[in-house]
Design a protein. Sequence first.
Length: 263
Amino acid sequence: MIKRFLNNPASVNQLNPVKIAGGTHVGLVRTHNEDDYLYLSLPGDKISLLVVADGMGGHEGGELASYFTTEALSRIWRNKASSVESRLKESENLMIECIQKCNEKIFAINDKLQISRAMGTTVTAGLFVPGKLTIAHVGDSRSYLLRGGRVKQLTEDQTWVAKMVKLGNLSKAEAENHPLSHLLSNCVGASSNVQVDVSHHKRRVDDRYLFCTDGLYGAMPHKELQRVLRGIGSPQDTLQELIYTSLKGGGKDNITGIIAFDS
């Protein structure tokens, strides 16, 4: 994994004084990490950007695809940071445009090189501004909200199985153990066009948010994820426990997450 914040593969990093922590682990089966993540904050911590990405396409391809996406979002964020607070709508459009440009770049590389295992990536990005969260989402990484003791998934998986559930061809129980549960119907780099789902959410005091790749949520039951998010620890402690729980669940995939506590 190509990551600016990490010194070792199991580290968790906290951005002070904002209550945000992010971290990743290669898992117990894979020898390399194709996940990537970033979190950035404006001075005064009123506005923050959180991003997780899960690359695919083999060792180098997956790492590059996820890195291209997080790095592009980071670069645009830093270039536009001075005007973000006064032009929030523009910043939301920038997130979408950035993901679309990343898609064009990765798709062009795949097309030009005729790569046998085309590289691509999921991306779930959250723009936190006073009172509101805007999420831009592609693939099956997820964002969750803990409010009032209950966890709600804020994003919809862009997978073929999720589509079948929506159409009524599969039950949710059948989908959980379906052999094609992680076959994506949409990702960055797979085709010339990418569908970016955007959703808006009101923020409340004591809300807790989790942005994560499927290696984290897929290694534990929903009830266990909810139990950990309800804990009394810091964002760092909560993320460490989520990573540990994913490893206990088999650690078959790379594990990445970002925790944000509203106060």
